[in-house]
Design a protein around this ligand. Structure first.
Ligand SMILES: Nc1ncnc2c1ncn2[C@@H]1O[C@H](COP(=O)(O)OP(=O)(O)OP(=O)(O)O)[C@@H](O)[C@H]1O
Ligand SMILES: [Mg+2]
Length: 252
């Protein structure tokens, strides 16, 4: 891919590489075909996954932008690249839950799987694979100088707005929007935007109220065969975008 040929990544995570862009206020995000779970202990490669996740990210970020929630999105480049605003990523994950599932039920078992959460529950996790992303609250974030008071409010406001937009959108598609994870970056002081990615890997999206059919990564987490996991990625592409993925993209 010419955009990145000959370039060295400035950062590499489990699922993406970051490259400098010729314009200094932008970066190139290259979505890899790697799939991981359990803090990276489980790892595989699925062809077309980078394409699917980059495309869904672009699709959902455009939706958020239209609704007034700022994101890092500048441009999508087929098949698996997003040109993004260069931002200072905050070392936290923001989770928003409409229905109790996963980690919440495991850690706080007085919440039952499938239980509706009204108002939605927002949680913050400090990003650290060694510490398994411990939960922190907004006072910790301010004491650690990770976010200012204004930025903390902004983060909650954008998260709840994004939740409303996405929940309405998925409900219209007959899906249950259980929870999602986003990351924020600082464009300038007291000015955050949603960074990183937003796709089936960052949410729980149920097709049935018991969650047995889902368009997300829980199948992979619980040991489904890779063929089935790949099929779920393709289904997720279709159900979210309403479009057919390109055959060539799926082979990339
Ligand atoms: N717009 C951006 N500008 C700069 N860095 C970004 C941007 N968007 C995402 N990143 C960073 O890209 C890196 C690679 O992403 P990836 O999702 O692969 O990481 P990861 O495996 O989840 O690990 P990490 O715990 O570092 O996020 C991450 O450190 C992420 O914060
Ligand atoms: Mg990541």
């Amino acid at each position: 891919m010419s955009l990145i040929s000959g370039k060295q990544p400035i950062a590499e995570g489990k699922t993406k590489r970051v490259y400098l862009h010729d314009e200094p206020d932008k970066v190139i995000l290259y979505f890899k075909n790697d799939i991981t779970a359990l803090d990276g202990l489980k790892h595989d490669v699925i062809h077309g996954k980078g394409y699917i996740n980059a495309y869904i990210t672009k699709y959902l970020f455009e939706k958020l932008e239209k609704a007034g929630v700022p994101t890092q999105l500048v441009e999508y480049v087929y098949p698996n690249i997003i040109i993004a605003k260069k931002i200072q990523m905050l070392p936290i994950e923001v989770v928003c839950r409409n229905i109790a599932a996963g980690h919440l039920v495991k850690k706080l078992p007085f919440f039952k799987n499938g239980q509706p959460l009204n108002p939605p529950v927002i949680e913050f996790f400090y990003k650290s694979d060694e510490l398994h992303d411990p939960m922190v609250n907004e006072y910790h974030l301010q004491a650690l100088r990770i976010t200012s008071e204004k930025e903390t409010l902004q983060m909650k406001d954008y998260t709840l707005k994004a939740n409303r937009v996405l929940k309405d959108f998925f409900n219209k598609r007959g899906l249950i929007f259980v929870d999602f994870k986003i990351e924020f970056g600082r464009l300038s002081e007291d000015n955050l935007v949603i960074g990183d990615e937003l796709n089936g890997d960052s949410m729980r999206l149920w097709a049935s109220p018991d969650g047995r059919k889902a368009f997300d990564k829980d199948g992979y987490r619980s040991g489904d065969a890779l063929d089935k996991v790949r099929e779920t990625y393709i289904e997720t592409f279709k159900v979210i975008t309403g479009e057919e993925p390109l055959k060539e993209g799926l082979e990339s």
